[in-house]
Design a protein around this ligand. Structure first.
Ligand SMILES: Nc1ncnc2c1ncn2[C@@H]1O[C@H](COP(=O)(O)OP(=O)(O)OP(=O)(O)O)[C@@H](O)[C@H]1O
Length: 479
């Protein structure tokens, strides 16, 4: 079957032109390929083509600069941008200039074909947000595949007001992503207001969020403006949303449903005009099962989920991140430093329970404490082994469980120099131990809950309840 639709390709790399032409040709499309932006532009002006696939860096012009020009003369022509410069800014510019999709190179041909199909099938051209371009500030660093996916999502979301739910361990960059959504989004002219549910006494959360009238509760001497009102026209960042008390959850749900809110003690509804970005390190589905989080609120908030992977799942980002944090340390007045290749290797061996924040703190510490300009593996090792088991475990005997836990807790504290999350620390830490323990015992008994309960010294019903709460997989028909 042939498809009469024509795809225009611009890339100065002949190999890529050939591969794309063949693949698209095999799928039945007509293809025209060029190495120059000027030729592509001429074709577009002449009304040729049903879809454009363009590279960014070409000898005569930058493909990204071409996108708004193309959209101006032919608003319905979809443009797919591909680039080997796979930074957040490339993804962002592509989305903001009106590209249909952005593909970091190298990409999978199947993926490209899927994008082409989607682009040609889309009912109408997406709205272009022209105007002021995002600046050259580079807030998000990392080139791992996981980060690329996040860049694409974040970039796309900057052209919408959709509610976003960011999940990820502590220090993975949740707040940073929420800022990027605001700083490069449609509401960048408005305020960015953050509120951390875990850091505010429970009984004050509602008045902090929605404001209160004079005399609404003991101590409310004056009317207080809430964060919802402060954030009007901008973005409201609800950090640690999983720690929101039930009454506040109910109130928030009502605001999301009705688009307006009342202050504590007030009657007159106030229109809510905020983009909501929520974040949590918790597994909210588990909190829902435990009855701690409202399911209906979850679905209202989880419109677009973004999961930030822990640093140990993207070790290849460490060199860039370390460089970025050393540059930041230097900008704040600390001496310029670099890392030896061995020092980088050593960094990649660490487990990073505190994620990017832990790496940032370590870089600051090294920049401040070490005299050499090039930081070597020994220096890194000395700083890291504070939080890790001794290199030769045999020398001091194997690490006990208690020591291991203590080591992790220390790293956790070190990663939170700017203040530990103040609530539920006890439960949080115990849950960290419970889950691997149950998994281990259930594995050893091949899913036999009677045996597992006996091994654990737990009542069988208690074990069953815990398996449900912790969402552990149940192996059936075994043992
Ligand atoms: N991809 C990244 N590129 C550059 N800097 C990063 C990145 N990820 C995190 N950081 C930096 O690491 C630090 C921690 O990030 P952030 O505060 O956003 O984490 P978080 O997930 O909100 O943490 P918490 O849950 O503990 O509040 C910040 O200084 C942030 O700038």
């Amino acid at each position: 079957m042939t498809d009469s639709r024509t795809i225009l390709i611009a890339d100065d790399d002949r190999a890529i032109r050939t591969v794309l032409s063949q693949a698209l040709g095999r799928s039945g499309y007509q293809v025209r390929a060029t190495s120059s932006a000027a030729t592509l532009w001429r074709w577009v002006e002449d009304g040729e083509g049903d879809l454009v696939i363009t590279d960014v860096v070409m000898p005569d012009e930058n493909g990204l600069d071409l996108v708004p020009r193309i959209k101006r003369v032919r608003p319905d022509l979809r443009v797919v941008v591909m680039s080997a410069q796979s930074t957040f800014m490339t993804a962002l510019k592509a989305a903001q200039r009106g590209a249909f999709e952005y593909l970091p190179k190298p990409f999978d041909l199947k993926e490209l074909l899927a994008v082409v199909e989607r682009a040609l099938a889309a009912p109408q051209a997406p709205a272009v947000t022209e105007g002021e371009d995002a600046g050259e500030r580079l807030p998000l660093v990392g080139r791992s595949a996981a980060m690329q996916e996040i860049y694409r999502t974040v970039a796309r979301l900057t052209t919408t007001d959709l509610t976003v739910m960011i999940t990820g361990e502590s220090g993975t960059g949740k707040e940073l992503v929420s800022r990027a959504l605001h700083d490069y989004g449609r509401r960048r002219g408005g305020p960015f207001i953050a509120i951390n549910m875990a850091a505010i006494p429970r009984e004050l959360i509602e008045s902090e969020l929605f404001g209160h009238e004079r005399g609404a509760f003991t101590g409310a001497l004056n009317r207080g403006v809430g964060r919802f009102e402060q954030a009007a026209g901008g973005t409201l960042f609800l950090d640690e949303i999983g720690d929101m008390p039930p009454e506040a959850q109910t109130r928030l749900l009502r605001v999301l449903q009705e688009g307006e809110f009342t202050t504590v003690g007030g009657r007159t509804p106030i229109k809510a005009n905020v983009r909501i970005v929520a974040a949590t390190h918790r597994d909210l589905r588990q909190s829902i099962r435990q009855g701690l989080f409202r399911e209906d609120l979850f679905y209202r908030l989880n419109v677009v989920p973004i999961r930030l992977p822990p640093l140990r799942e993207r070790l290849e980002d460490i060199p860039l991140l370390a460089r970025h944090f050393l540059d930041r340390a230097k900008a704040s007045g600390l001496p310029a430093k670099q890392l030896s290749p061995e020092a980088l290797d050593r960094l990649k061996q660490h487990a990073w329970p505190g994620n990017a924040r832990e790496l940032e703190n370590l870089m600051r510490r090294l920049a401040a404490l070490y005299a050499q300009e090039t930081i070597d593996a020994e220096a890194v090792n000395a700083e890291l082994s504070e939080a890790e088991p001794p290199a030769e475990a045999g020398a001091r005997g194997p690490e006990t469980l208690e020591q291991a836990v203590e080591r992790h807790l220390k790293a956790f504290v070190a990663a939170h120099k700017d203040g530990l999350p103040v609530r539920d620390l006890y439960d949080r830490v115990l849950a960290e131990v419970e889950r691997p323990l149950l998994r281990l015992v259930l594995g050893a008994t091949r899913g036999n809950q009677i045996k597992a309960a006996a091994m654990l010294g737990l009542n069988r019903n208690t074990l069953r309840k815990k398996i449900r709460e912790l969402d552990l997989p149940v192996v059936r028909g075994l043992g």
